[in-house]
Design a protein. Structure first.
Length: 392
């Protein structure tokens, strides 16, 4: 039986690859998981009460676009955080932002651009749903290096004009996963100008926007408002997974121009799975509350300090600006992950598993990604073992 050819060259997903690499070896100590970006800080204390009060909502089909209460809470948060006021017609609740990042490409990338197969740009390394979204939409993914030489953000404007003229969508993640780099206001403004010049949309994955060291990362929505960009150029994605330690809630949202959101809503109405009403009630309460976000950020800021203390003496170490990953250079990321597991029990992710080979080079091959999601004590122990094993 035949299978679709457009998915035939997909590599194994990162975590099955990691299990195949490590799991037939015994750990060299008590295991410490520093691989997946699954927050392990406390979730907001009121979640259980809100959920219990809304249980009868499980007896109803949920609102496709988001309940009025949830959309109002999201709009209020955008106003407080970015100074941007968006009506309900420019918002849609998501069943996790991965759903939105995938479906938006299908809903918004046309089948042809200037008489040719469209291109969808993405950083390399990248969150892997970008590539599968592009392929499903019938576009060709273009992996643009996001390396130390480019400030760990993709330099889209360096692409040839003949490439840019075929682009329908550019994915960009800020703060970046895995490097923690933050797009400046100038970066966003330049990207918006490039999108206007070459007529493409920007899909801004801003799921890590509330985890940072010092200053809040600029967002594309406020920069777009500031420079007077066409609202239809911008599609922004946010999540409660990282901000509020609720990855299992599967709640996020997409914001964009009214025509873009209308198209995404229509696709969802046919094929999607909206968040149940009780979970939407929880999400509304969580977007409305900032106290738990401040506490969460303080915990990550403390772990930045621990990382700086333990790794700061290494030439290889570059402190992240934001997010909760370390992106550590090493000669061979896969060999380093295996050595670390076998000798210490610390489990990290080879950077090559988050990147693609382009012209025989993989920009993640010389890195490991380390998630700072565990407790302070476990983080300290894991980073100390990592330093002594790999960088002694």
């Amino acid at each position: 039986m035949a299978f679709p050819e457009r998915f035939s060259n997909l590599p194994e997903y990162a975590f099955p690859r990691l299990r195949a690499l490590l799991d037939h070896h015994q750990p060299g100590g008590d295991p410490i998981a520093m691989t997946i970006g699954e927050p392990r800080h406390p979730m907001p204390p009121f979640v259980g009460d809100i959920l219990a009060a809304a249980l009868d909502g499980f007896a109803r089909y949920p609102a496709n676009n988001g309940t009025p209460a949830l959309l109002e809470a999201i709009s209020g948060w955008l106003q407080r955080r970015y100074g941007v006021t968006l009506g309900e017609e420019r918002l849609m609740a998501l069943n996790g932002t991965r759903e939105g990042l995938f479906n938006a490409a299908i809903a918004l990338s046309p089948e042809m651009k200037n008489g040719q197969k469209p291109l969808i740009l993405m950083p390399n390394p990248f969150y892997q749903v970008y590539a599968i979204g592009a392929l499903t939409a019938g576009a060709e993914p273009v992996f643009v290096p996001a390396t130390a030489a480019t400030g760990h953000l993709p330099d889209f404007k360096a692409l040839p004009a003949e490439v840019l003229e075929r682009v329908t969508v550019a994915y960009i993640c800020s703060p970046a996963n895995p490097q923690g780099a933050v797009a400046s206001r100038d970066y966003w403004a330049d990207l918006l100008a490039l999108a206007e010049k070459h007529d493409f949309r920007i899909f801004a994955d801003e799921c890590y926007a509330e985890i940072y060291r010092d200053a809040p990362p600029p967002g594309i929505l406020d920069v777009a408002q500031e420079v007077g960009a066409d609202p239809e150029r911008v599609v922004s994605f946010h999540s409660l997974s990282k901000r509020s330690n609720l990855p299992g809630l599967r709640s996020g949202f997409v914001a964009g121009g009214p025509q873009a959101i209308k198209a995404i809503r229509q696709l969802r109405a046919y094929s999607g799975a909206p968040l149940s009403e009780p979970l939407q009630a929880v999400a509304a309460a969580v977007w409305d509350d900032e106290a738990h976000v401040l506490e969460n950020r303080a915990l990550y800021q403390r772990k930045y300090e621990i990382a700086d203390e333990i790794l700061g003496g290494l030439n290889a170490y570059a402190p992240p600006e934001a997010g909760f990953f370390l992106w550590l250079p090493i000669a061979d990321g896969e060999a380093a992950a295996l050595k670390l597991w076998r000798e210490t029990g610390v489990r990290v992710l080879p950077g090559a598993y988050l990147s693609r080979d382009v012209a025989g080079e993989n920009p993640g091959a010389g890195y490991i990604r380390v998630a700072l999601v565990a407790s302070e004590d476990e983080t300290r122990r894991g980073l100390t073992l990592l330093r002594d094993c790999l960088y002694a």
